[in-house]
Ligand binder design. Structure first.
Ligand code: TRH
Length: 379
């Protein structure tokens, strides 16, 4: 219902995915569902990287209609919201929980979980977890790729904006403050964790037949690229060419600009969760480096997505895609550099598939709308 109060709690463990996702959700709830949203975040510096307007000095700041609040300890006494989102099992402040339990009309309390294509997700999506110590029930909400999950974040205008952007590539590159690709050159964006396959892949691109320009926002990938070519300058804004590869060091972009970089490139290397989803909305081929977990738990998660993504992909593109992704994640029989040529030979099929996959995903209801409906049913 319009005008309800929502509190979203986000603890930044590491990286940008948790806050990137919460910030995206918060903005969408305000813009498209007319809700009053407070976003509680313990680490505003991470949010500031994604949204440079975030002022580190302010304890409270309203940006794009979202009240951004610093999650401090002890937690300030505040009014309890109608809907309380605990992102990624971050554990609510004790005092806030006690106030929730004392409220005559209990809020809808959601544990918003990580994204996975594994089968167990649909079995757990929406489950209730009555709290033994308190008169409260927490509900599990899982984003996902199938109709039995909570879906994916997708802003109302996303597909329309992307289509318009991709129809005008010259203007798009200018907006990104980058020259257009030269004739016959492909553009690849690179966002990854430290990856032992990266130096060999860069060398393979430099020695390869295809002209490649690799666009790397500041972060681990850029640091690793710089140490792979120690004689070159990779300060932000710098670029160098070696053989058929040119490498461009970009600043870390705002979320809006990063989306547009993904929409502009022929191939995107992404990681974690949020950039992984945004690359799918870019409707271009992409390569995913999954967030590494202990005991190789991420391997099953990677395979689950690959199985889903490749269902409608014909051979030999299917095998080429699987082999390259597995190699990039350290699970392959061969190195990523050895799988590259076979992968990129399937470029046309992969591009058509990426576009069909994005169209297929966009048939589902977006996650924010599903979450709003789910919570309304609880209130
Ligand atoms: O930063 P990540 O590795 O985040 C990870 C994952 O979410 C993982 O699942 C989680 O468990 C772990 O954090 C704690 O990758 P992710 O999810 O892609 O988030 C990156 C965010 O940064 C995303 O919102 C896109 C954004 N981004 C920019 O805004 N500008 C940039 O230049 C780049 C490279 C990324």
């Amino acid at each position: 219902m319009r005008g309800r109060n929502w509190d979203i709690f986000c603890r930044v463990i590491d990286n940008f995915g948790d806050i990137g996702f919460c910030w995206r959700l918060a903005r969408q709830l305000v813009a498209e569902h007319d809700l009053r949203v407070r976003l509680w975040v313990d680490d505003r510096a991470s949010l500031n990287r994604l949204c440079p307007e975030v002022n580190m000095a302010d304890v409270e700041q309203v940006l794009q209609g979202v009240a951004i609040r610093h999650w401090t300890s002890p937690f300030p006494p505040v009014e309890i919201a109608d809907v309380v989102i605990e992102a990624f099992a971050c554990e609510l402040p004790e005092s806030y929980l006690a106030a929730m339990a004392a409220r005559p009309k209990k809020p809808a309390w959601i544990n918003l979980e990580y994204l996975s294509a594994e089968n167990w997700v649909s079995e757990n999506h929406g489950l209730a977890s009555p709290q033994p110590r308190m008169p409260l029930t927490k509900y599990f909400f899982f984003p996902g790729f199938t109709p039995y999950t909570g879906g994916l974040l997708r802003e109302k205008n996303l597909v329309r904006q992307r289509t318009a952007w991709q129809a005008d590539p010259g203007n798009a590159w200018q907006h990104l403050k980058l020259p257009p690709a030269e004739a016959g050159e492909i553009s690849i964006s690179l966002f990854c964790y430290e990856n032992s396959a990266l130096p060999d892949l860069l060398r393979c691109w430099a020695a390869g037949k295809t002209r490649i320009r690799c666009l790397i926002p500041a972060g681990q990938a850029l640091t690793q690229a710089a140490s792979s070519f120690p004689q070159q300058d990779l300060a932000i804004g710098a670029a160098f060419r070696q053989g058929n590869l040119s490498v461009h060091a970009l600043p870390f972009l705002s979320q809006e600009l990063y989306d547009r970089l993904l929409w502009s490139c022929d191939l995107n290397f992404v990681r974690g969760e949020d950039s992984f989803v945004r690359a799918q909305w870019a409707a271009r081929p992409f390569v995913w480096q999954i967030y590494p977990q202990g005991h190789a738990a991420h391997h099953a998660k990677l395979e689950a997505f690959l199985a889903l993504y490749c269902t409608r992909l014909e051979e030999p593109a299917k095998t080429a895609c699987r082999q390259f992704w597995l190699a990039w994640n350290g699970f392959g029989q061969t190195g990523a550099d050895q799988s590259w040529t076979a992968y990129w030979q399937q470029r046309g099929t992969l591009a058509t598939h990426a576009s069909q996959w994005a169209a297929h995903l966009s048939e589902a209801e977006d996650m924010a709308s599903q979450l709003v409906r789910f919570c309304e049913n609880l209130l």
